[in-house]
Structures are given as C-alpha cells and as structure tokens.
Ligand binder design. Structure first.
Ligand code: HEM
Length: 154
C-alpha cells in the first residue's frame, strides 16, 4: 500500500489508486444517471448503492493511508506549490466533498425509503438534488485529482 505507485510519480501506491478512482467516479456517476434516464431504475438504484459504498471504502483507505504515513507534511516537502495555497485548495476541496457526501447520503436514504420500502416513486426533488450531488461530487473528485497534480506532478 505504501510502496511506489503505478503512475510514475513519487506518490505511494494508495495515492495513485485513489486518484484514478476519483478521476473515474464522475464518469461512473454519469453512467448510473444515464440508467435512470433510460428508465432502468433497478440498475440505477444498484449502481448508486455500489458507487456510494465503494467511495466510502476508498475514503477510509485514504484516511488510514495519510494517517499511517506522515501524509500531507511529508508530501509537501517535495511539492513546488506554496503551503498557504495548498491549504486553501484543500479546505475548499474537503468542504465541497463533505457537503456533497452528506447530500448524496440524504438523497440515497430518501430514494431507498420511498422507492424501495414504500413502493412509491422518488420525490419530486430527486432530480434537482441529484444534479447538485453530481456536480458536487464531480468538482470534489477533480479537485482531488488537482491535489495529486500539485503535490506530485507540478
Ligand atoms: C439508490 C437510490 C436511488 C433510487 C432508488 C433512485 C431512483 C430513481 C428513479 C425511480 C428515478 C426516476 C424519477 C422520475 O422519472 O420521476 C430516478 C431519476 C434520477 N436519478 Fe435516481 N435514484 C437513486 C439515487 C440516485 C442518486 C444518488 C443520484 C445522483 C447522485 C440519482 C440521480 C438521478 C437523476 C439525475 C435522475 C433523473 C434522470 C432523468 O433525467 O430522467 N439517483 N432515480
């Protein structure tokens, strides 16, 4: 996990793995939404559950990785970007990610409750909130990829 990664930078394996996952997440979210557009709601539901669960696992892997290694402080030693810029970028990134994940879980909870448990459709706000979640997750994911770029490629 802490050995050399596969992207050819000085980043450890877990950072490469997480970065590739977050580069793909918006695409996977888009494909899952496409299933809803095509009215394949069962697949839409399942893919959302899987994406949410896998994302939580990946975030835990990241948290453990950063804490077990010296994480940010160590990565910053070789970076060519200022400390204050990096901290600001990270705070914005983490804030957007946090709000998006909270909204995502609320959307999942509401949709599972009304669609699966109560056999009604989803709420009228489902589409609207979903678009916001998609936007938030996409921005947070690509800012995450940006963090990797600034720390290991810039
Ligand atoms: C796992 C729980 C979920 C269930 C059971 C579910 C179910 C549905 C259903 C039944 C529709 C059709 C609504 C309608 O046409 O009135 C729908 C649409 C949609 N869902 Fe979900 N959904 C879930 C989670 C999510 C999540 C987490 C997102 C995005 C982050 C999302 C994004 C969308 C979008 C964008 C549409 C509109 C598609 C269109 O334009 O036709 N859904 N969903």
């Amino acid at each position: 996990m802490f050995g050399t990664g596969f992207l050819g930078t000085s980043a450890p394996f877990y950072m490469d793995f997480i970065t590739v996952y977050f580069a793909l997440l918006p695409v996977l979210m888009f494909l899952s939404i496409l299933l809803a557009v095509k009215k394949q709601y069962e697949k839409h539901f399942l893919s959302q559950l899987i994406l949410f669960a896998v994302t939580l696992v990946v975030v835990v892997v990241f948290e453990v990785g950063v804490r077990v290694s010296d994480g940010f402080i160590e990565f910053m030693q070789n970076a060519h970007v200022s400390y204050s810029f990096m901290i600001t970028f990270l705070v914005v990134h983490v804030s957007i990610a946090l709000v998006s994940v909270i909204l995502w879980s609320a959307l999942l909870y509401g949709a599972i409750k009304s669609y699966k448990l109560e056999n009604k459709g989803v709420s009228v706000s489902h589409k609207k909130v979903a678009k916001l979640v998609f936007l938030g997750i996409s921005v947070a994911s690509y800012m995450g990829v940006g963090v990797y770029y600034l720390l290991f490629l810039y």
